[in-house]
Design a protein around this ligand. Sequence first.
Ligand code: NAD
Length: 494
Amino acid sequence: MQQKTPITVAYGDGIGPEIMQATLQILEAAGAQIAPEVIEIGEKIYLAGNTAGIAPTAWASLRRTKVFLKAPITTPSGSGYKSLNVTVRKTLGLYANVRPCAAYHPFVPTLHPKMDVVIVRENEEDLYAGIEHRQTDEVFQCLKLITRPGCEKIVRYAFDYAVQHGRSKVTCMTKDNIMKMTDGLFHKVFDEISAQYPNIKADHMIIDIGAARLASRPEAFDVIVTPNLYGDIISDIAAELTGSVGLGGSANIGEHVAMFEAIHGSAPDIAGQGIANPSGLLLGAVMMLVHIGQHAVAQRVHNAWLATIEAGVLTSDLAAAGQAVGTQAFAQAVIARLGQSPTKLLAVQYTASAQQTTQTPKPLYTPRPPAQKALVGVDVFVHTHGESAEYLAGRLQTLAGQPRDTGLKLQMITNRGVKVWPGGFPETFCTDHWRCRFMSQTPGPSGPGQPPQASHSGIIGLLENLHDDGVDFIKIENLCTFDGEPGFALGQGQ
Ligand code: NAD
């Protein structure tokens, strides 16, 4: 007899316990060889005072089993709590979030009977780094971090997924017309890696029109790869287009650990009523079975589920009024069909090669030699209220040179990214948060004609000048070139 694979299981919050119970019943009836280790995470742990929502013993289980089947978790609102979902994904390095969204026409009502999209969402970076600060009375900031290794990992994963699943096209969605450096990097890496997969079509769309097209013509898409926030949003759109957000399962894949879940949340509005659709979590569990090499059981469960849908057994999110079954009745209907295949919907077939789809591609990314980095200036962010841009500029121009000589000169001031000095417009609305760009006046090390080089001591001298004069600086960003390319964006209107 096959040895049971230990998996970590969390019943979660809201509808979590109901849909997890239904899912595990189906897995057991299908003969899944799994040994669940149950951990407690989420609301109870948060409310017991652990702001991360997860205890050390739960981490130990996850690191031991390396496979996590997780029901949705409620993140209490309020700034004192971090999202446990994001914490788990990032702490365990689960960089790829794979969300297949297919129509089950005509058994599940949808406007898009032919849609069959897989969204590969970057899972660790972007605005979800969760690095947020209040900087002034008026301005709050969230840092968007995009890294080359992160882009390479997710884009390669998307192309490998396409190859291994017989898919023909990967579409990248970014907003690189606006965020030229961060989203621009994602797009650039996409172009580099797509060139290595000549048999897979590759295209890029700006996320706004991409999301609109996904909503109106989802059948035109195959695999979509996109940064974290856009992926979060468009995968809910795609799941909802198939009929209900309750249908979507997802895999969160890392180098060491993988987590499987539904794409939806804990649905507190219907919790405890026994009416939630367990399909999203069940389809997540099917992906888990493939991941741990139990292909035959995965196939048995998935086909029984398709046969159940085909038989018109639907939960209230999908059924016509008065025709819905509850969570438990739905689970029993799937169990009763184990061994059956759908007759109209396409039956699934999982083979050992499909397992590779959830395994990490090698190499994950190609380390590069460090670039030649040169410090050329500094952006100093200043909190000041009631001063005009002209007045502030006059003050800072003086402070750039005295009392300490800094080698820096004020080049521009922006407010919320818009240039307001020199030559600002009176119509531009200004807050109390000013980005003041100082560039070096000192010739580069190889003499005149070389790009000017700033120094850390010059920047420290500048900050001391500002401090002595009572300027409230909030933070600085060093301005560098990398192999001669500027590593900073221009101001809007510069
Ligand atoms: P939600 O996905 O929980 O619910 C949105 C809507 O979809 C609700 O009307 C709900 O009743 C319905 N719905 C969701 N799942 C369903 C199912 N299986 N069957 C039938 N109907 C279903 O989103 P929300 O209300 O914005 O979030 C609720 C909580 O879930 C929040 O605390 C949020 O932080 C959390 N959340 C957790 C996860 C996760 O654990 N991965 C993901 C998203 C949201």
